[in-house]
Ligand binder design. Sequence first.
Ligand SMILES: [Zn+2]
Length: 154
Amino acid sequence: MGDVFTKLGESIKSTFKEATTQTQKSVDQTVYRTELLSKKNELKKAYQQLGEAQYEVHVHNAEEEIPVSLYTKIEVITKEIAQIEKQVGEIVTTQKDSFDTFKRTVKTTWDENMAKQTRPEKGEDGVEIMKICSHCNVGNNISASYCISCGNKF
Ligand SMILES: [Zn+2]
C-alpha cells in the first residue's frame, strides 16, 4: 500500500513540475505580480489575525492560546512570497541579459572597431568599469562619448 501512495505522490509531483516548467516559459510577468499581490494581502490578513489573537490573550487575559496554525500559515505565505519574488527576479534578469547580448552582437557585426573601443573595460578586480547610460541604462566603455545602444551623448 505504501508503495502505491509513494508512486502516486511522485507522479503527481513530476506532473506538477512539468506544468511549472512550461508555465515559466510562457507566462507573462503580470501573472506573478498578481499572485505576489494576493499573497501579500493574505500575509497582511494573517498578521492581523495574529495581532488580534495576541491582543485577546495579553489584554483580556483570554484562556485560549494563539493557534499554532496561524504561525504556520504566516510561515508558509512568507516562503511562497519569497519564491514568487525569486521567480520574478529571474525573469527580469533573463530578459535583460538576452536583450543586452543581442544589442552587443548587433553592434559587433556592424562596426567591429567601434564595438571594441566602446566595450566596457575590466578593472584590476575583474569587475567591468562602465559608464551607465542615463537614457537606456546600458553599460558603456568609461571613455565613450556616445552610448553604444541609443547614441545618447555623455
Ligand atoms: Zn543609451
